[in-house]
Design a protein around this ligand. Structure first.
Ligand code: FES
Length: 123
């Protein structure tokens, strides 16, 4: 049994631990904001945050979920773009991208937002 928190939801699953976290997020949980691009860890469209508890402090790292086995999520906090979105407004990272016209077609933008959010959390 693999257990973790996905955004604000407790997940307990017996899914194949070798499936990618990306496929679990999109197909089992129907969270389609995490995009599929290259599927080999290069483009970043599938970026999510992985929170790890260490000495009563949680630290977040951005990872490419297309090459991250579901089993590695055990005991972690996984945050997707849906977990970062606010209900009414853009968050500060999204607002900054918008203010600076920093998106192109938008397909990769969720990955950019998640990655930049991870950077802000670490710094
Ligand atoms: S889909 Fe391109 S890095 Fe994951």
């Amino acid at each position: 049994m693999i257990q973790f928190i996905l955004n604000n939801k407790i997940i307990k699953t017996s899914s194949n631990s070798g499936m990618t976290l990306l496929d679990f997020i999109r197909e089992k949980e129907q969270l389609k904001g995490t995009k599929i691009g290259c599927r080999e860890g290069d483009c970043g469209a599938c970026t999510v945050l992985v929170g790890t508890l260490n000495k009563n402090k949680i630290s977040y790292q951005s990872i490419t979920s297309c090459i991250y086995p579901l089993g590695n999520a055990n005991g972690k906090h996984i945050v997707t773009i849906e977990g970062i979105n606010l209900t009414q407004d853009l968050n500060s990272v999204q607002q900054s991208l918008s203010d600076n016209h920093a998106t192109q077609c938008g397909f990769c933008t969720p990955g950019f937002v998640v990655s930049l959010t991870g950077y802000v959390l670490r710094n």
